[in-house]
Each structure stands twice: as structure tokens, then as C-alpha cells.
Design a protein around this ligand. Structure first.
Ligand code: UT7
Length: 327
């Protein structure tokens, strides 16, 4: 059997830092409230010249350098993102050109904060089928470009960034992607959205009049969905693999809120030393959050070869899913 093994992971974030103290100057909030309710201390924010594609390209170049891989070896680039530079072309095509991946196909996967989970599942399926050998998987978003800086319930949450992972075919290996699950419930679509910009309410059209141009989120409904969906996706993927949460060495969830992560870990009976958290540094970076966390965990020595890693994501759609990976 061919496995999709992880050759490397890297991340890129903007230099500009937005702290809780900075947010105190924008809206009626406090460092204490933000820390208590979300665990966030600061996040990275794009300057106008920085975009989802520039961050994705930087992360891609880093992972290629780290794994000593030539861009011409890449068969496919899959980018999980909902904040592309343009309506079209895709972020993946911009990255393909920027890194010189001359033999690669390129596609974007729109699954919001579960974008990296869905992208890894897609890449792994192509590799496991024997169709492709090397796939560059990227999670990248610049949600702060769609933040309403007067809405205290959302503007404190988001940051920008990108993470890239190189997956490679390894026949007979016992490393790599073990199992994946992808789930969705479109009935929850109105809970998180940006209405204007798509085809229903095109920018500047009469239909767009009075519609939301910035991020809307029904916070407490999404909170409840998040805790339930993490448990749901993780239990399913563990069941599929025939293992229990005791066999998980590191849990790397989407970094949306420390309280969500803690209650999900409790439901899964995972002790805090097995749970990776960096939400205090980057906030919620949407599809980038899991690969940034994996890269951060690896560079700080918390994620090492041979570990069984459980990753889980959830977000607008609603979508959710999990990947179980032997590192
Ligand atoms: O990645 C996609 C998935 N997204 C998520 O997973 C996010 C899920 N939701 C959350 O993380 C939480 O719901 C929030 C962090 C967004 C909000 O936390 P909460 O504990 O659910 O607060 P709440 O919405 O129930 O609001 C409690 C109070 C309200 O005041 P009243 O009505 O009780 O007087 C809010 O107006 O906190 C108020 N509030 C704030 N106060 C200070 C809301 N935002 C702020 C703020 N600073 N930034």
C-alpha cells in the first residue's frame, strides 16, 4: 500500500503584530477579557502589500528548502483557502508560478478553517491511489482583510498566515496519513459568512445593498458547534484507524479559542501535555492554523518523528474534519 508521508512542514506569517492592547484602542474590550475568553494575546496582520498568495508562497519556499526539494519535482499544489487574492485565478496557480513548479497542477480547496484538513485528505487520496508522488499542501488565509474593526465580538479573533506541508508517496511505509474524515452541514451556512463578493451579492450590485461585506459570526452557536464537531471528527477518525485517544501522542487542533480546545481535549480524555496550543501567538488563522501549529510544534521539539498526531479543523460552511498522521 502506498502511504502519503510528511517530508516537512513550514510556515510564514506577517511581521506586523496586533496585540490585545492595540485592540483596546479600537473597541470596547480588554486584555483580560480576550485572554479569559479566547486565550489570545496577539496575532499577525497583513500589510496592504501582503496577501494570502504571498504568505502561501513564502511558506512553500521554506518547506521546499527544508526538504531540499526542487519545485519541478512537485506534481500538484493544493491550497486550502477562502481568502484568495482574486475571485479567480486561484491562490495555488499564483504559488505555482511564484515557486516555479513547472510540472505541477494547482487547485484551491474552499473549506474555511477546515481547509487544511480537506486539502491533506485530497492530496493523500491522489498519492495513495498511485496517481501522484509529491504534493505540496498549503493552508493560507488573510481573514483580517475582511474583519469589521468596529465589531468587538469578531475583530479580536483573527490573524493572517500560511503553513505548507510536503507529502510524498512511500510504498509500504508505516508513517504518513493514516485516516481522514471530512464532514459538512450546509444548514449552518448563515452562522459564519461574508455575504458580498460572491455571485449572489456581487460587489457594487444593487443586490449587495445593505448586505455584509465583513465577517459575521454567531459566536456562541459556533462555539457549541466547534466543541461538538471536534469530538465527532476525532472519534470517527480514531474509530476508522482502530485506535483510541490513548494512542495519540499529540493533538493539534484548529486554534480558534483556547476554551474550545480545552473542552474538546477533556471530552477526548487527552491530558494537556498531549495538546498543542499556540493560539496566544497567532489567533485564529483559519486554514493556516493547523499547519502553522504543526510547524511550530516541530520547531519547538514537541512534534517528533514516529509520533501519532491527531489534527482536527472546523469552520464556516459548516465544515469539519480530522486527519490522523504518523509523523
Ligand atoms: O474558526 C471558525 C470557528 N470560530 C470559532 O470557533 C469561534 C467560536 N466562538 C468563540 O470563540 C466565542 O463565542 C467568542 C470568543 C467569539 C465569544 O466568547 P463568548 O464567551 O461566547 O462570549 P459571548 O458572545 O457569549 O458574549 C459574552 C459577553 C457579551 O456581553 P453581554 O451581552 O453578556 O453584556 C458580549 O457583548 O461578552 C461581550 N463581548 C465582549 N466583551 C469584551 C463580546 N466580545 C467582547 C470583547 N470584549 N471583545
Amino acid at each position: 500500500m502506498i502511504k502519503a508521508v510528511v517530508k516537512g512542514v513550514a510556515h510564514a506569517v506577517p511581521n506586523k503584530i496586533l496585540t490585545n492592547a492595540d485592540l483596546e484602542k479600537l473597541v470596547d474590550t480588554s486584555d483580560e477579557w480576550i485572554m479569559q475568553r479566547t486565550g489570545m494575546r496577539e496575532r499577525r496582520i497583513c500589510e496592504p502589500h501582503e496577501t494570502t498568495a504571498t504568505l502561501a508562497t513564502e511558506a512553500a519556499k521554506k518547506v521546499l528548502a527544508k526538504t531540499e526539494t526542487s519545485p519541478t519535482e512537485i506534481d500538484l499544489i493544493v491550497v486550502g483557502s477562502v481568502t484568495g487574492d482574486y475571485m479567480f485565478p486561484s491562490v495555488s496557480c499564483i504559488v505555482q508560478n511564484a515557486i516555479g513548479a513547472k510540472k505541477a497542477g494547482a487547485m484551491d480547496v474552499g473549506a474555511a478553517c477546515a481547509g487544511f484538513i480537506y486539502s491533506v485528505a485530497t492530496a493523500a487520496a491522489f498519492i495513495e491511489s498511485g496517481s501522484l508522488k509529491k504534493v505540496l499542501v498549503i493552508g493560507a488565509d488573510a481573514l483580517t482583510k475582511y474583519v469589521d474593526w468596529t465589531d468587538r465580538s469578531t475583530c479580536i479573533l483573527f490573524g493572517d498566515g500560511a503553513g505548507a506541508m510536503l507529502l510524498e508517496a512511500a510504498p509500504g511505509s508505516d508513517h504518513g496519513v493514516i485516516k481522514t474524515v471530512m464532514l459538512a452541514d450546509g444548514a449552518g451556512a448563515p452562522l459564519i459568512d461574508v455575504e458580498v463578493g460572491g455571485n449572489r451579492y456581487p460587489v457594487g450590485s444593487p443586490q449587495a445593498e445593505g448586505r455584509r461585506t465583513k465577517i459575521f459570526m454567531a459566536g456562541s452557536e459556533v462555539y457549541r458547534f466547534a466543541v461538538k464537531s471536534i469530538g465527532d471528527a476525532c472519534c470517527r477518525v480514531l474509530d476508522l484507524a482502530g485506535i483510541s485517544s490513548d494512542d495519540v501522542d499529540l493533538f493539534v487542533p484548529h486554534q480558534a479559542n483556547l476554551r474550545i480546545i480545552e473542552s474538546a481535549a477533556e471530552r477526548l480524555h487527552l491530558p494537556s501535555e498531549k495538546v498543542f496550543v499556540n493560539v496566544e501567538k497567532f489567533g485564529n488563522t483559519s486554514a493556516a492554523s493547523i499547519p502553522i501549529a504543526l510547524s511550530d510544534a516541530e520547531s519547538t521539539g514537541k512534534l517528533t518523528k514516529g509520533m501519532t498526531v491527531l489534527t482536527v479543523g472546523f469552520g464556516a460552511g459548516l465544515v469539519w474534519g480530522a486527519n490522523l498522521i504518523r509523523w
